[in-house]
Design a protein around this ligand. Structure first.
Ligand code: ADP
Ligand code: MG
Length: 602
């Protein structure tokens, strides 16, 4: 094998992207539906055959595509929805990557787009076996009709991963329902070989959509949600506990109008039912969360299915409160549980993997002293983050290794790690020459950020700043205002320009560029700098706080490239084994031990 690096052909790139965007028929259908909603459609007619594998058709009465733009719509990264990278932060349409149509075109045996914009004649273009045909005139009502035949015709490997047509059809049905819930003002219909599978009326009321999906009787069991804080608004409906189901199928979360999945937000809503639901039952709800566009990143997932909040706990808290209030207002006080058996646990406290706990051998297995030790990578004695003493790792990272990391051989091997995948949205599973590694994504990235900040300090490089016009006046407890007065130099070093403004507020003129929720970070920084129980030097506290607030968190979805970057930068850290607060970043399971399990010789 030659190790030469090649730039992939345009076609190969398109096919790889196709595999991501068009994971299964429902994913392609979702993209087409979103395009129709983006185009301002009032009516969308979708049809599938063979679970969407054989055929998907989506017709809408939206704004259409002018003939001279049809070809552009099939070009990768061509989009009418954002013009500049900066627009990403404020995008309000579903689409913005300009990837869906080209991806489908690259995957499918045949894609036909027929469209008519209000001021133009109808036109059609056919992509067959990846070859884009000419744009030809075609009869078409105002709007767009996209037809996909044999979705995986050109990605035969992908087909092997598909499940029965029935399962794929169910996933398509689910996507249509979520689309109708996200855009209740649009009449959305789905047909299959067996006739009409779903139709919403486009009344604008999500309760009407739920009634179409679950039957009109559900109306009596829905409680409206409408809750707002200065930063978050939560609206929608929650169903009474009797409507709960065995899975989360009945749950729809919308963030800025977009259907998303978020375990944390779902838990926040579910935990509001605590005491009203038995374990293993999941409430039905549709909840729309609206936050400032700057506080949420929708561009973290190829299918835009996941979101990342700047402050997930804040959003989760609002959702929880919203549902608690709705249930309190709409229900009688929690009575005896509806089922006679089972232990009652709030959803939030239910273990995620209750049965696995008993059957999976703990890792590393603790009860086998004779085995080769699992050789954890430089795990120091546990040090509480605020022990009243000096936190480990505060010394200048440029010159000093961590106490735990010193002399531990596996450190040197961190450079050879290959990220395999993310697990539980919290850990990076990686393969190394000498074993399997589990890396805590937050702790590891915190360490990386901590040393980066330390190096920037050492070179006198000030962080890039962003001017606030007008300045932000942040209300604070007077004690923190005093910290701000006394610690001006630390604030400057952190990239803030903030000074006292009366006894209970500070005026913030500049914040670190690109920082999310800088007001909150400034407050936390002041708290850390003013903490009387922490003896660590101020520079350490500042770096640790900033590292924590700018590192990825548990719950953040990471791609392989991001994970690879964290591992690679961790490997070159001075003290890679612990986070700035002393938690371990990485543990290793040596291949020797794995071999021992199976009685393999090295
Ligand atoms: P994106 O939605 O990210 O812009 P797509 O590949 O899904 O990328 O679509 C590319 C472009 O084609 C869109 O930006 C839009 O201009 C146009 N388009 C696609 N579908 C429709 C539709 N149903 N109605 C009108 N325009 C459409
Ligand atoms: Mg799109």
């Amino acid at each position: 094998m030659s190790g030469a690096i090649r730039v992939l052909s345009e076609e190969a790139v398109a096919k790889i992207a196709a595999g991501e965007v068009v994971e299964r028929p429902a994913a392609a259908l979702k993209e087409l539906l979103e395009n129709s909603v983006d185009a301002g459609a009032r009516r969308i007619e979708a049809a599938i055959e063979g679970g969407g594998v054989t055929r998907i058709e989506v017709a809408d009465d939206g704004g259409g595509i002018a003939p001279d733009e049809l070809l552009l719509a099939l070009t990768r990264h061509a989009t009418s929805k954002i013009a500049r990278a900066e627009d990403l932060g404020t995008v309000v349409t579903y689409g913005f990557r300009g990837e869906a149509l080209p991806a489908i075109a690259a995957a499918a045996a045949r894609l036909t787009v027929r469209s008519r914009a209000a001021t133009a004649d109808g036109a059609e273009v056919v992509v067959e076996a990846g070859v884009i045909g000419p744009v030809v005139p075609a009869a078409q009502a105002p709007g767009t009709r996209v037809e996909v035949l044999d979705l995986f015709g050109r990605l035969p490997a992908r087909r092997a991963f598909l499940r029965a047509a029935q399962t794929e059809a169910a996933a398509c049905h689910d996507v249509v329902l979520r689309c109708a819930l996200a855009a209740p003002q649009v009449a959305v219909r789905l047909r299959t070989e067996r006739g009409e599978a779903f139709a919403s009326a486009g009344t604008g009321d999500r309760a009407d959509v739920l009634a179409r999906a679950y039957g009109p009787a559900i109306r009596a069991d829905l409680v409206a949600v409408d809750y707002a804080t200065p930063t978050v608004r939560v609206t929608g409906y929650v169903a009474t506990p009797e409507r709960a189901r065995a899975t989360r199928v009945g749950q729809t979360l919308l963030v800025r109008g977009r259907p998303v999945t978020s375990r944390a937000i779902a838990y926040a809503a579910e935990s509001a039912y605590a005491g009203r639901l038995p374990r293993g039952r999941f409430p039905v709800f549709v909840l729309a969360v609206d936050v400032d566009p700057a506080a949420v990143d929708v561009n973290v997932h190829p299918q835009k299915r996941e979101v990342r909040f700047a402050d997930e706990r804040l959003v989760a808290g609002s959702v929880h409160n919203a549902v608690v209030r709705a249930l309190e207002a709409g229900l009688r006080p929690p009575g005896p549980p509806p089922a006679p058996t089972g232990e009652w646990v709030p959803a939030r406290l239910a273990p995620a993997l209750p049965s696995a706990r008993q059957t999976v051998v703990p890792w590393p297995e603790p009860s086998r002293p004779a085995a080769v030790p699992a050789a954890p990578v430089a795990v120091p004695a546990p040090v509480p983050a605020r022990a009243g003493g000096v936190s480990p790792g505060f010394a200048d990272p440029v010159t000093t290794a961590s106490p735990g990391g010193a002399g531990d051989a596996p450190d040197a091997l961190l450079g050879g790690l290959v990220a395999l995948r993310q697990v539980r949205l919290t850990y990076i599973l990686a393969e190394g020459p000498d074993g399997l590694y589990v890396v805590d994504q937050h702790a590891a990235h915190e360490r990386v950020r901590y040393e980066e900040i330390g190096r920037a300090d050492a070179t006198g490089r000030a962080p890039a700043r962003q001017r606030l016009l007008p300045p932000l006046v942040l209300d604070l407890p007077p004690a923190l205002v005093e910290v701000a007065a006394a610690r001006g130099a630390d604030l400057t070093a952190a990239g803030f320009d903030a000074d006292p403004f009366g006894p209970a507020s500070v005026r913030v003129r500049e914040v670190p560029a690109g920082m999310r929720l800088p007001g909150q970070v400034l407050r936390d920084l002041l708290e850390a700098l003013g903490d009387p129980t922490d003896n660590a030097p101020a520079a350490h506290r500042r770096r640790a706080l900033l590292a924590c607030r700018t590192a990825v968190r548990a719950g953040d979805a990471l791609g392989l490239a991001e994970m690879g970057a964290i591992l690679a930068t961790l490997a070159v850290c001075q003290a890679p084994a612990t986070c700035p607060h002393g938690r371990p970043t990485v543990r290793r399971l040596a291949w020797d031990e794995v071999g021992g399990w199976f009685r393999r010789r090295a």
